[in-house]
Design a protein around this ligand. Structure first.
Ligand SMILES: [Mn+2]
Length: 425
């Protein structure tokens, strides 16, 4: 199924009158307070988030997975699904592939298809947290950190393979997330595990083309419940520094213990020019992988406030690679991704509304109440008409989820593809 621009234009006619009156009201209000509305709308229109290839099938927990119907059975169909999201929002202009789940069989056909959807290939993701069918070495007791030299070499070789595939697709970065750790005290020597990980990452880094970046993701626990070798941003930061200037830390929102001040981690990394990638999701208890903004929207706004500040002020930090990394559980995956995109852009737009000059003045005067008011004033603004303005400007749908339902996308996908299950988690 392809959603043409004419279909979206037609659909938008229904809501444009309401939009005009909502937008005029907000534009007047924001302009009065000194905001440059057209600049903000342009920034929202430019913001692109990568969709991971494993997010398009039915989600679920480790205990059960319930098919939704019309799931993409092959990589080409996954790209088509991202194409649908991009047509509806013009905010999902990239796809992030997971190897070995999504090894392209025909690279040039896949590139052609990506181009037709207006998509680029963002960071490649390796997988050394599972043994694949026919694997010659096991990752049961670790991969890049393993005490077994053969397993380490096997894991390094897999990452090199991912780089080779990524080069063919014009990707420019590799994300490494490791499940490596210990489930019980005494199982691992912490220092040996860390040293092995560092050596392995350096080998992978050395294999990357000159214009590639390495993103090192961290996570405090799970699948191991006693220790994880790359458990926090500090460990990732240290390893990135050991690898070189094109290695960076990747922050995944769900990979923190409850109540961690993630916005401060963002600020610290950007100050040092080492925030390379960002994975969006939300959580209540742990790494729950819930829809972005569904649990803690104010925390998401505070994080975006630091991201916006860093993009503006830390020119030593590269522009981060954004990706949604969530599980939609029992929702329609595509509707869930539309909700996530909306939540990301809302938080971004609110952060763009923060009066940075006034905030600085308040901070310099130790005006604690004033500083909080400035942030909350931005957070409490209903910015959705700004998102709609950006979508109207780019030819996307005024209300993507309503359009998705109205155009009967899921029903069409079920009739085209049937009930086969997607590959992935
Ligand atoms: Mn992640």
């Amino acid at each position: 199924m392809i959603i043409g621009k004419d279909i979206i234009d037609q659909y938008n006619k229904v809501g444009v009158e309401n939009f005009n009156s909502d937008f005029d009201f907000l534009q007047n209000k924001l302009t009065r307070s000194g905001a440059n509305v057209s600049e903000i709308v342009n920034k929202i229109a430019d913001f692109q988030v990568a969709i991971p290839s494993w997010a398009l099938g039915a989600g679920g927990t480790r205990f059960g997975r319930f098919s939704y119907g019309g799931e993409p059975a092959v990589l080409e169909q996954k790209l088509d699904d991202v194409g649908l999201l991009h047509a509806l929002t013009h905010s999902a202009g990239a796809v992030s592939l997971h190897i070995p789940w999504d090894i392209p069989s025909d690279v040039s056909a896949l590139k052609e298809s990506a181009k037709s959807h207006g998509l680029v290939f963002d960071a490649m993701n390796s997988n050394t947290f599972q043994d694949q069918p026919g694997a010659q070495k096991s990752y049961k007791f670790g991969s890049l950190n393993s005490v077994n030299e053969d397993s380490r070499a096997y894991a390094v070789e897999h990452n090199k393979e991912v780089i080779r595939i990524g080069k063919e697709l014009d990707s420019k970065s590799l994300t490494v997330w490791l499940a490596d750790g210990a489930s019980f005290p005494g199982q691992l020597n912490f220092q040996t595990a860390l040293s092995n990980t560092e050596k392995s990452l350096k080998e992978i880094y050395a294999d990357m083309p000159e214009d590639w970046k390495l993103f090192i993701e961290y996570k405090p626990y799970e699948p191991n419940f006693y220790s994880t070798t790359i458990q926090d941003w500090g460990t990732s930061f240290m390893l990135a520094n050991a690898c070189g200037e094109r290695a960076f830390t990747l922050v995944d929102l769900g990979h923190h213990l409850p109540n961690t001040n993630i916005e401060q981690i963002v600020a610290t990394l950007m100050y040092k020019g080492k925030l390379g990638g960002f994975h969006f999701n939300d959580s209540k208890y742990g790494d729950d992988d819930l829809t972005v903004g569904s649990i803690k929207p104010y925390a998401l706004f505070l994080i975006f406030n630091e991201l916006v500040y860093g993009i503006e002020n830390n020119k030593n930090n590269p522009y981060p690679a954004w990706m949604i990394d969530a599980s939609h559980n029992i929702k329609d995956p595509l509707e869930d991704l539309l909700q996530s995109l909306e939540a990301i852009l809302i938080a971004y737009a609110q952060a763009l509304l923060v009066d940075q000059k006034a905030l600085k003045t308040a901070q310099l005067n130790n005006d604690v109440v004033g500083a909080q008011d400035i942030l909350q004033n931005a957070y409490r603004t209903d910015v959705r008409p700004l998102l709609q303005a950006a979508r109207l400007q780019t030819g996307a749908a005024l209300d993507p989820i309503a359009a998705y339902r109205n155009l009967k996308v899921r029903e069409t996908l079920i009739s085209e593809r049937g009930w086969a299950k997607a590959t992935g988690l």
